[in-house]
Design a protein around this ligand. Structure first.
Ligand SMILES: Nc1ncnc2c1ncn2[C@@H]1O[C@H](COP(=O)(O)OP(=O)(O)OP(=O)(O)O)[C@@H](O)[C@H]1O
Ligand SMILES: [Mg+2]
Length: 262
């Protein structure tokens, strides 16, 4: 296990509820995340994964429940509050401003200024080069509008933005869904690097291969509920599929690690 479960959790979400009219999109869900840990958040379409993540990122407000960050109660009313707590989000939609270049995207809304209050384009370019080189030494075309970049390069910019602003908790909602295989592998490597820097990552994914390669634990949601939180070494892909589809483990389930010891 790479993460330190003896330390204080970075995030503790407790009994979170989100209703839309009669729909209980998130129904009493609790989840925690430790430094240096990747927790997979799995479930069918409509299970409530994105709503739960949006509540943590301040894009949606829960009807009930509490959130603690570093052991302290957090009132996350909007994305700004989340950012102040070191929470950043990366979406599958590669949400960047297409007509702007990489530095402009990296610093969007948090532009660096000169002492006179003008945009410090030179510094933003230099900082962008520094961060992007660390992530991907082959990164070029920093002056081009990001619309011209590949999906993988765009995702690198999104990740660079999170790193530059000292992310502690990174929410990745299907970060590889729009990428090809080699770009997916690159993002997987980035996730491993972020985790070894002590960042906690919530990874929403439908890709069982990614989940078993990257996650320390999984949380499975079914119809708005958390139907299982498990260490990845305790479950098989079939166990996880059973939780996703039926909302329960196979009838004969015992933790896989223990089964092997018997
Ligand atoms: N803004 C909204 N208004 C009304 N209903 C919503 C809203 N956002 C989500 N829902 C509903 O809440 C439920 C959970 O949606 P959510 O987007 O969290 O699912 P998901 O697990 O992320 O699914 P997917 O795998 O398709 O991304 C769904 O029934 C969805 O239709
Ligand atoms: Mg979703």
């Amino acid at each position: 296990m790479s993460f330190d479960s003896a330390s204080q959790p970075l995030v503790e979400m407790s009994n979170i509820e989100k209703h839309f009219g009669g729909i209980r999109a998130v129904n009493g869900v609790s989840l925690d995340l430790y430094p240096g840990e990747v927790v997979g958040v799995l479930g069918h379409n409509g299970a409530g994964k994105s709503c739960l993540m949006r509540i943590l990122s301040g894009a949606m407000i829960a009807n009930e429940g509490t959130i603690k960050v570093n052991g302290e109660r957090a009132e996350i009313q909007n994305p700004h509050d989340a950012r102040d707590l070191g929470i950043e989000t990366i979406y599958q939609t590669l949400a960047l401003a297409d007509h702007l270049n990489a530095p402009a995207n990296l610093f969007l809304g948090r532009e660096l200024k000169t002492r006179l209050g003008n945009l410090d384009d030179r510094k933003m370019m230099a900082e962008t080069q520094r961060v992007l080189r660390k992530l991907n030494p082959n990164f070029k075309n920093l002056d081009d509008p990001v619309a011209k970049l590949s999906g993988g390069q765009r995702q690198v910019i999104a990740i660079a933005r999170a790193i530059y602003f000292n992310v502690k908790i990174l929410i990745m909602d299907e970060p590889t869904a729009a990428l090809g295989p080699s770009e997916t592998a690159m993002v997987a490597d980035l996730i491993k690097g972020l985790r070894s820097d002590g960042i906690g990552i919530l990874l929403v994914s439908h890709d069982m291969h990614d989940v078993f390669e990257l996650c320390d634990r999984v949380v499975v949601m079914n119809k708005g509920r958390n139907v299982g939180t498990h260490l990845i070494e305790d479950v098989t892909k079939d166990d996880v599929l059973s939780l996703i589809i039926k909302g329960e483990l196979p009838g004969d389930w015992v933790p896989r690690g223990r089964e092997r010891l018997q």
